[in-house]
Write a protein that binds this ligand. Structure first.
Ligand code: HGY
Ligand code: MN
Ligand code: MN
Length: 439
């Protein structure tokens, strides 16, 4: 008669204290507890909640982010996971396996949000990972490999660019010192903000290389819903190019200054905005362009602006085409600015080439979706994700689940419980499969 466990921590302690036998977990043998997952998504979503909506705002390293971190860490602690925090505030909780020398199968995502975020973007990947670990733990099984779930700092890049910053540092693609010096618009640095919220940890970066990495995420687009498909089998992530433009002209009276004497950065900003939009129509395919933030100084009705600061987000699944888009945009900007007599300073905020995931892991995602009798479709990711950084160091892939009306980065972001459950069960099966898979 197997001992009755009351808490996952007891399970872990008991399993680790006994001789322990590695129990191979047959596919579909386990199911996640969707009510427990929904409850955690709700609780986390209430931190930084945006009044009157189901959205939340937890910009990286703010007090709201700290509160979200504290809550998720408390759940990791309850499960008795080994919790490590590294120098850029990435937090990874690990359930030991029978052979600690074996690299862990890792899942994870982010719990920071954009300013008008939903409660699933990133949060689902972290909490479904926690749910997978708790499901395995409470089943009384000890696996030969550790399982781990992490959240990675500042995935959104909305406060501190670039996006996916924490996982970029974790995989060793950005030096920690460089990351710690990045500042937000108020001049606050990542290092100081990590200290302020108490999340500058001692664990070394680059972090431990996973045996494999898999991330569950909402699609954040309309494809799965339009085609009524349950699981997205993500084959890669498109290239991302973020540029900040500072345009300097001359402020003057909106009424008395003849048009021929103006040097209006606001006009150049508007021209660039429509230009990049027209470029997407000309290029077609997967080309997208967004001017998401524009600020004019002094931003007054009767003053021609002296300065315009704006950001241009260009993306494409093809690197060469993305480079062509960048070249065309910069050429047009230089031309319009010269005619208007406006000076241009540019700053690259993020630049990541398209990423292709490991086909062996992509195949496993597809097989495990089929194993659950779920419809699936191979597709690229339009959004950036932490998985694209892990793809640099280990076999990696992603699982998508539907977004209602295809919206995200919007307080009305929503995914139906049955789709959350389907995604989390596929994550469970994929992680268990990866434990015994040799690469
Ligand atoms: O911008 C992105 O694609 C992601 O949400 N950080
Ligand atoms: Mn995300
Ligand atoms: Mn996002």
């Amino acid at each position: 008669m197997s001992p009755v466990f009351t808490t996952p921590k007891q399970v872990l302690d008991t399993l680790l204290s006994t001789t322990g036998t590695v129990v191979a977990v047959t596919a579909n043998a386990l199911r996640i507890d969707i009510d427990r997952l929904l409850q955690r998504l709700l609780e986390l979503g209430e931190i930084g909640a945006i009044e009157g909506t189901t959205g939340c705002a937890r910009l990286a390293l703010t007090d709201e982010d700290r509160a979200g971190r504290d809550l998720v860490r408390s759940w990791m602690d309850e499960l008795g996971l080994d919790i490590s925090t590294d120098g850029v505030g990435n937090v990874v909780g690990t359930m030991p396996g029978f052979d600690p020398a074996l690299a862990p199968v890792v899942t994870g995502s982010h719990i920071d949000t954009v300013g008008t975020g939903g409660r699933y973007d990133g949060n689902l990947g972290v909490l479904a990972g926690l749910e997978v670990i708790e499901t395995v733990l409470t089943s009384g099984r000890l696996l030969e490999r550790p399982l781990a779930v992490g959240w990675f700092t500042d995935e959104e890049g909305a406060r501190f660019p670039p996006d996916m910053l924490g996982s970029l540092v974790y995989v060793g693609a950005m030096p920690l010192e460089e990351a710690l010096e990045i500042t937000d618009r108020d001049g606050l640095s990542i290092g100081d903000e990590l200290d302020r919220i108490g999340y500058r940890g001692a664990a070394p970066v680059p972090g431990r290389v996973p045996h494999a990495f898999v991330e569950l995420h909402i699609e954040q687009g309309p494809v799965l819903e339009d085609e009524d498909i349950t699981i997205g089998v993500v084959e890669g992530v498109q290239g991302i190019s973020w540029t900040e433009l500072t345009l300097t002209g001359q402020s003057c009276h909106a009424g008395t200054t003849p048009m021929r004497l103006r040097h209006d950065p606001g006009f150049v900003a508007a021209d660039v905005t429509t230009f990049v939009r027209r470029l997407t129509a000309e290029f077609g395919g997967t080309q997208v362009a967004t001017v998401g933030s524009v600020s004019l100084t002094p931003n007054l009705v009767n003053v021609v602006p002296s300065e315009a600061v704006l950001t241009v987000d260009l993306r494409n699944t093809d690197e060469k085409t993305l480079q062509q888009a960048e070249t065309r945009f910069r050429g047009h900007l230089a031309q319009v600015a010269e005619v208007e007599g406006v000076s241009v300073d540019t700053r690259t905020l993020a630049r990541f080439e398209p990423v292709t995931f490991d086909s062996r892991v992509v195949d496993i995602v597809e097989q495990r979706a089929a194993g659950r009798g779920l419809s699936s479709k191979r597709m690229p990711s339009g959004a950036g994700h932490d998985a694209q950084m892990f793809a640099r160091i280990c076999p990696t892939a992603m699982i998508f689940t539907k977004s209602v009306n295809g919206i995200s980065h919007n307080v009305n972001e929503f995914t139906e419980p049955e789709d959350l459950e389907a995604g989390a069960n596929v994550l469970l099966d994929v992680m268990l499969d990866l434990v015994t898979r040799e690469f």
